[in-house]
Design a protein around this ligand. Structure first.
Ligand code: ATP
Ligand code: LTN
Length: 331
C-alpha cells in the first residue's frame, strides 16, 4: 500500500538550527516519517532571498543535512535532498508566478514581517515571490501533508489556492496539500524576549538555544531565561510568557503534558524549575550535537547521500513539471 506523501523544508541560512526549529520541525518530522512517504528539503534557493556568502552557504547546507540526520531523519527511508539540486523547483515557480495575483502575494505576512525593519525598497523581488517557490516545492511532489510551524500556514494556504486555480484553468494537475500544525509547543519563544518567536535573526544570542551550542552554554541560557516576579509555575501566555515558554519547551523535551508539569512543579521556585528544564534540554540535544559533528567529519559521504537523494527527488519532480507544462500548452 502506498503511504501518503509528506513534504517539508528548512532554510540553510544559519550555522545551526535552534530549539524552535528542532521542536517545531524536526521532532515532528521524526515521528511522522514512519507513516508517510516523506521528502525533506534543504531549501537553499529560499535562503538566497537574503544575502549569503557562497562558501558559507555551501557549508551550511552540509551542516543542516547533518542535523537533519542526527535529529532522526533517516536518509535511506525519507528523501533528504537539496532544493537547488532539482531544477524543476525554479521552473515550476515561474509557471505558478504567472497565475499568482500581485495583491495576493502582497498579503503574505512573512514578507511584511521580514521587511518591517529594513523597508520594502531594499528587499529583493525573490523575497517577495518566496511563497510561490514554496508552493512549487510542495506541488511538485504530489504532497498530501505539509508539517510546518504556524508562521508558515499562510504559505500553505496560498499553495492550496494556486493548486485549485491551476487545476480549474488547465485541468487536474496538482494534488491539494494540507498543512499540519503542531498544537502543543507549535511556537517556541525567545528566552530573553518571550513575546517574540525564537528566531535566527534575533538581535540577542542569549535568547536562542542553538542545537550546536555546547551543553554548558545551553544550560546557562535556559537558567538565564526571562520569567516574572509572581513565583508560581503555571502556563499563562498573557501574564507569564516566559514561564509558559519554558513549560512548552520542557513538555516537548520530555513528552510530559503541561498540566502534568504544572502539578510536578507545584510549590517549587524558579531556580529548581529552570535547572530541570535545562537538564531536559541538554539530555535531548547533546547527543544530537555529537552525532552532527561526527557526520560533518565525513563531508564526502554526506555529499554522496545528498546526490543520491536528489536523483530520487528529481524523478518525481520532473514528471510533475512535465504534466504542468503540457497542461499550460508548453513543450
Ligand atoms: P527566521 O528567523 O529567519 O524567520 P526561522 O528561525 O523561523 O527563520 P525557518 O528556516 O524559517 O527558520 O524555519 C524552519 C522551520 O522551523 C519551519 O517549519 C518553521 O515554522 C519552524 N520554526 C521556526 N522558528 C520556530 C519557532 N520559534 N517555534 C516553532 N517552530 C519554528
Ligand atoms: N518557508 C519555509 C521553508 C520551506 C518549506 C517549503 C516548508 C520552503 N519550502 C515547503 C514546507 C514546505 C520556512 O521558512 N520555514
Amino acid at each position: 500500500m502506498t503511504q501518503p506523501r509528506l513534504y517539508s523544508g528548512i532554510q540553510p541560512s544559519s550555522g545551526s538550527l535552534h530549539l524552535g526549529n528542532y521542536i517545531g520541525a524536526l521532532q515532528q518530522w521524526r515521528t511522522m516519517q514512519g507513516d508517510f512517504d516523506a521528502f525533506f528539503s534543504i531549501v537553499d534557493l529560499h535562503a538566497i532571498t537574503a544575502p549569503q556568502d557562497p562558501q558559507v552557504l555551501r557549508e551550511q547546507v552540509r551542516t543542516l543535512a547533518a542535523q537533519y540526520i542526527a535529529g532522526g531523519i533517516d536518509p535511506e527511508r525519507s528523501c533528504l535532498y537539496v532544493q537547488s539540486h532539482v531544477t524543476a523547483h525554479a521552473q515550476l515557480a515561474w509557471l505558478l508566478s504567472t497565475i499568482t495575483g500581485f495583491g495576493e502575494a502582497s498579503r503574505m505576512t512573512q514578507f511584511k514581517d521580514k521587511t518591517a525593519k529594513g523597508g520594502q525598497e531594499s528587499a529583493s523581488v525573490g523575497l517577495f515571490t518566496y511563497p510561490i517557490l514554496m508552493a512549487a516545492d510542495i506541488l511538485l511532489y504530489d504532497t498530501d501533508v505539509v508539517p510546518v510551524g504556524d508562521d508558515q500556514k499562510q504559505h500553505v494556504e496560498l499553495t492550496r489556492d494556486l493548486a485549485e486555480r491551476f487545476n480549474k484553468r488547465f485541468g487536474s494537475t496538482f494534488r491539494q496539500p494540507k498543512p499540519v500544525i503542531r498544537a502543543e509547543g507549535a511556537r517556541i519563544y525567545d528566552l530573553q524576549n518571550p513575546q517574540s518567536k525564537m528566531s535566527k535573526s534575533a538581535d540577542n544570542d542569549k535568547g536562542i538555544v542553538w542545537l550546536l551550542d555546547e551543553p554548558a552554554k545551553t544550560a546557562k541560557k535556559i537558567r538565564s531565561a526571562v520569567t516574572d516576579t509572581e513565583g508560581s509555575i503555571r502556563a499563562d501566555k498573557v501574564e507569564k510568557p516566559g514561564v509558559t515558554n519554558l513549560l512548552g519547551i520542557m513538555s516537548a523535551m520530555t513528552g510530559t503534558s503541561v498540566p502534568d508539569l504544572e502539578a510536578h512543579f507545584e510549590g517549587q521556585g524558579y531556580g529548581v524549575f529552570k535547572t530541570e528544564v535545562a537538564d531536559a534540554v541538554v539530555a535531548e540535544l547533546a547527543p544530537v550535537r555529537e552525532r552532527t559533528l561526527e557526520l560533518l567529519a565525513d563531508p564526502a559521504e554526506l555529499d554522496r547521500l545528498l546526490a543520491a537523494n536528489a536523483e530520487r527527488a528529481a524523478a518525481v519532480a520532473d514528471a510533475t513539471l512535465r504534466r504542468a507544462m503540457e497542461a499550460m500548452g508548453l513543450r
